[in-house]
Design a binder for this molecule. Sequence first.
Ligand code: SF4
Length: 258
Amino acid sequence: MATHPEDPGELLNATAELTIAGRKIRLEMPVPAGPTQLSRLLPFLRYLTDRFVDFSVENARTEGLAVSCKKGCGACCRQLVPISAIEARRLGEVVNQMPEPRKSTILARFEEARRRLQAAGLLEQLREPNRIGDDEVDPIGLAYFQQAIACPFLEDESCSIYEERPLTCREYLVVSPAENCVRPTVDSIKPVHLVVRVAKTIRALNVEQTPSTPRWVALILALEQAAKACLDEAPPQPGPELVREIFSRLTGLNSGCG
Ligand code: SF4
């Protein structure tokens, strides 16, 4: 599990046991005991996402469905990837901390992507996700995919920031044939059914905590968006309180984790 660069201070061991679709899942992870923010919980959120994804994959297996995603297949990394504002900021930090010449290479890829989006007439729309209606998301996603813009972090068809990849990337797995991902349609792609959707929940919580935050940020614009003041975070709150809040949103129940 990757760690946040800032010292998290004293840690508590949070545990939770859930029963989903008749199967138990036990979660155990360190969380900050003192005041913290959503961004500092990213290692915890990645852990949660990975556990719920593993659980969902196991569920699919019991239904006779196998995940077709494998290392070296980066077709989905040309899709429009919505991420939370806190993850956009984190990606900004990750790139800033890269040594040269890697940093310049990645920055140049982001700039080239920006140029291509502008030429395709998509840039301004993606800069204002709050103005994109729910019925516009699919057409814009399709127009984006048709540009075949690879994620700047995609190298040799693999994610070069695997430990730091956003929650949405972690949750995206398919059980439809891998070749369908090259020309995806609503009918030809069958994603793994997620028992719990962490990425979407965290995006919603992020906006609720900080209403100036866009409801999602296109990964491809993460660096320019990360520099904006509107992505500033809500003040810190006690770690255990924030974790309970996350659990109750994920499960729809008052959390008994402690
Ligand atoms: S961050 Fe990694 S997994 Fe996500 S779209 Fe980019 S290359 Fe793919």
